[in-house]
Structure formats: C-alpha cells, structure tokens
Design a protein around this ligand. Structure first.
Ligand SMILES: [Fe+2]
Length: 324
C-alpha cells in the first residue's frame, strides 16, 4: 500500500464483551450473578468468563487483580484483514493473537485509546454459542381500548435477577473530545447518531452507532463525553423487557446494592435505563427497548441541558456525570 494512502476503515460488526479487574473477587462474583450473567468458563479461581443468553460466547471476563480496573471493551470485526490493519495502524497495537482460553476461541488484537490510553480489543473468528433457553415472558400488552390478552390468561412473574442478553454499549469520559472523535471516525465505521454541544457550539459528547449499511443497528454502542479526567463511565447490558428489568431492579435493591440512577427513560436512544454501582464502584446498566437505526439516519445535534438525558424517572443524580 502506498504510504500516502490512508488504510481503509476497520469494519466493526458488533460490540461483544468487556473485561473488568476486581480486588475483592468473591464480592465481584456475587454481584455478577445478581446482575444476571451466567458463568460460562472458569479458567481458574482468578479468571472467569460469563455469558448472556444470546449467541455471544461470552460478554464479561472477570479477572482478580491487585487494582480494580476496567480492562477494555471488545468489538467483533468483519475479517482477519481488519485485525491485520488494526495491528499495523492503531496506537500501541499488539500483533494478532489467539484467544486461547476464551469460550468460542477466535483471534484478537488489542490497541489503546490514543487520548487516554485505555485498552480496546478487536476479535474475529469466534464460534457463536446457541442461545440459552430460559423462560422469558412474551405476553401481549393490554391497552385501555385494545386488549390483546385473552380473558382468563394470567400473568405470573418470577422474582429473579434480570437475565443479561448481550452487551449493548459502553462509554467513557475522555480528556480530549476533538482528538478522540477524529481518531474513532478516521479508523472505524462509527457514525455519530447524536452529537451534543455546549453553549459555544463546541461538541463535547458523541453517541456512535456502527455503519452496517441497511442493517438495523442499535442507536449507540460507544459514547464518550469530555471531562477533566479519564474514567470508564458504564457498561450497559440488554435484558428482555420492562418487567424483567424492574424485577432485576428489585432483586439488586433487596440484595443491598447501591442504585446509581433508574429506572427511567433516556431521550437519545430512548432506552429504559437502570444504572447500578457494583461493589468496586463500577457502573453497570440494564436497558430495554432501545431505538434502531440504519446508516441512512442523519447525525442529530443538540445542546447539552438538563432535559436531554431523560424524559421520565428519578432526578439526575449529581454524581452521575462526574462519578468518583
Ligand atoms: Fe447507557
């Protein structure tokens, strides 16, 4: 390839998993179970892979460590060539490696965010899993003037954690919005679904979806907002429906975990959200009913303001935008 020619964009297919490192492993594992993950593979007593009930072979890898730390998110790429391009062009990128102990196998490349240095992982060639067969409600909804459930058909729900289906998105606070935005748009098939600017019309927050052409994709898989120091903001996992989500909310509340924000309805992406602090202070979200878009949807721009985050639900907690 001539040196003056920019390499093609790395094609991300979907978001797939996250790594978290914990100091108090037993407490971390208890929360992971109460949040609705399913243990898939115990590599050792210090490294465990968890799955959702979807086809992703794993969605969370928990690692015991001396320091609690976000270990980075993983995206599936379209081809081995994408891994090769990543390895040759991205900051502090590794060579292509085998995911030797991960369920589903595959190959990967790890690189680091050029602004704040956090790791990101690209994977290809994993073997998908069969969906887990767990009981999930599918009853039609009764509206005041449109009754969809037959008479005598009762609803009965199970008190339990909200089973995680998949990883939906993650977000960070970046120390340099403009540099991060330029980097991710240059190297990947991200499209800004929403850009949020300040009073001076300077963009400070972005919600990216993936450009998959006509395929309908989630409104966002990755967001970042500018702030004084880097930190991972949250990882968000999709669960089945509103009842499942609120039953999961009750389960976490009754177990004594600290709620962060929710249940409420977002504006951008329109998910019903429910954010929780895990025992290490990481924010984990359950969401349902998010918007889908295709590549044809234009980028929407709006100004940051109190009404832009949610339309219903508890007041925005003061520590949500600047946690820890
Ligand atoms: Fe979220």
């Amino acid at each position: 390839m001539p040196s003056n020619e920019a390499p093609r964009k790395i094609q991300l297919v979907r978001i797939s998993h996250v790594y978290y490192k914990y100091t108090d492993f037993p407490k971390a594992l208890e929360f992971i179970h109460d949040f609705g993950f399913t243990e898939e593979k115990r590599v050792s007593d210090e490294k465990i892979y968890f799955r959702g009930y979807g086809t992703e072979p794993w969605v969370l890898c928990a690692i015991k460590a001396d320091k609690a730390e976000f270990g980075g998110v993983g995206f599936v790429v379209e081809s081995e060539e994408d891994l090769q391009i990543a390895s040759e062009t991205l900051p502090k990128a590794t060579k292509i490696y085998e995911l030797t102990d991960a369920p589903g196998g595959g190959k990967g490349v790890t690189f680091h965010d050029p602004v704040d240095g956090y790791p990101m992982h690209l994977v290809w060639g994993q073997t998908p899993s069969a969906m887990l067969e767990i009981p999930l409600p599918h009853e039609p909804f009764n509206y005041p003037t449109e009754k969809n459930r037959p008479a005598g058909k009762f609803q009965r729900f199970q008190k339990r954690p909200a089973p995680v289906h998949k990883l939906g998105h993650f977000g960070v606070r970046t120390t340099n919005f403009a540099a991060a935005h330029e980097f991710y748009c240059k190297h990947f098939n991200f499209i800004a679904s929403d850009l949020i600017h300040d009073k001076e019309k300077v963009d400070r927050t972005v919600f990216y979806r993936l450009d998959r052409g006509d395929e309908e994709v989630d409104h966002h898989v990755f967001f970042f907002a500018e702030g004084g120091t880097y930190r991972v903001h949250h990882s968000s996992f999709e669960t089945h429906d509103f009842d499942t989500q609120v039953l999961g909310h009750d389960w976490l509340r009754e177990k004594g975990y600290k709620n962060c924000w929710g249940v409420g309805r977002h504006v951008l992406g329109s998910q019903i959200f429910d954010y929780w602090y895990d025992p290490h202070g990481f924010i984990m979200e359950h969401y349902v009913d998010g918007d889908l878009v295709t590549a044809a949807e234009p980028t929407h721009r709006s100004m940051a303001g109190p009404g832009s985050l949610h339309v219903w639900g508890p007041e925005l907690p003061s520590d949500f935008l600047t946690p820890r």
